[in-house]
Design a binder for this molecule. Sequence first.
Ligand code: NAD
Length: 480
Amino acid sequence: MIKLKNYINGQLIEPISNLYFDNYQPSTGKVYSQIPDSDEKDVELAYVAAKNAFHSWSVLPKEQRSKILLKISSLIEKNLDKLALAESIDNGKPLKLAKTVDIPRAAANFNFYGTGILHYAANSHSMEETAVNYTLRQPVGVAGCISPWNLPLYLFSWKIAPALAAGCTVVAKPSEITPMTAFLLSEICIEAGLPNGVLNIVHGLGSKVGNAIVSHPNIPLISFTGGTVTGKHIASIAAPMFKKLSLELGGKNPNIIFADCDYDKMLSTTMHSSFANQGQICLCGSRIFIERKIYEKFKVDFVNKTKQLTIGNPLDEKTKIGAVVSKQHQEKILSYIELAKKEGGTILCGGNKIILENELSQGYYIAPTIIEGLDYNCRTNQEEIFGPVVTITPFDTEDEVLKMANSTIYGLASVVWTENITKAQKMANQLHAGIVWINCWLLRDLRTPFGGVKASGVGREGGFEALDFFTEPKNVCIKL
Ligand code: NAD
């Protein structure tokens, strides 16, 4: 059985305690590898390595940092099949999705910031004859990067790449539920010639490793993606220490469908925005609002298409719905389906776990589920479920749907379907969200600001926003 190792100071090493815990394969429910149960001592080792490496990495010409990041990107591309297979086994997601989305995007993240840093510039402010101000953007120091399990390498690299490009060194922790591709990334970094200590990956639990990173007195910035409750806890530790914080948190995204939309395009995209990655993408639209004129037609078509989705072995090419990430998460999702029933919802399809045959019989499968008849204010429609479960609700007016869409504590992403550009713009202006997609979903340009409002987070990733986060502006004023 594979035993993962920490990547500290350029070496793959065992945790100091020599303790490990089990890593489960969601599609089979079986243990298939061992994860280091690291603690604050391993984080301290990683921090010291990162601090020592900072002296040289932070002043290395950006062209040289760029070259190494581009090498990492090309090695991820070269290892596409191996990484995609590892991601699918570790997470339960369809192999095809890992091959076409997760791993290419991880390579793109390194490529984007490897080139982006070459174009990053700072301002100068002239005071005519009196003085000139110029702003230095200096890497902040050792960055703490903590990521979740739903898009493991994709989101891990989305933090690490800009941090390294900006000249920070990093102590990173992937989710303990899906650590495998982060481990494979450490091997890639060694092959790419990343200098020792520039990136350190410490595996283990959030309560031990994550907590040690967040509360470390000399790690001045934390980039976190995960649940809102964890984000709140992290903020409560980091804020009194005056750390820079980027928090990408949960969502309960509305998907608003007007009768004047391009119906076929809307329907096929709504299938993806509802059930891609078993609904475990922070950007999935879990509350679908449909203009009453087309509600019945949409309901019939959406339910029929959902019933046709193939649930199966993630490694099978035909599989559209793989396993959800863990037994605990499967139970959480099923408990929300029970809650929806208690709240008066009608299950139109799904609503149950699926038991597959043979070696998959202990895997964590849930049938994609559509629920109607719920009040927009009930818990099922207010709390993040993060699984293959959506609710459908009719509406009559723009103001009514805006009120329902904006009623949650969250504000990450929203989708609007209409051919009327004026209406689309009104929605975009008034929706509480960091991202609004009009007539599309998950169409990403990596230069754009990415993040949420309200309980969906603080700060933005993407483009130069991430480079701004990992650098500190320092104004220098020269009297002429
Ligand atoms: P989580 O909050 O449980 O864990 C995220 C990471 O934080 C993990 O690495 C975990 O080990 C670590 N962690 C846990 N407790 C910690 C602590 N006390 N201190 C420091 N670190 C700690 O989230 P999850 O279940 O892994 O991921 C699902 C959540 O992530 C969902 O809410 C989803 O919406 C959200 N998410 C948000 C985005 C976004 O961009 N906004 C993207 C993906 C996922």
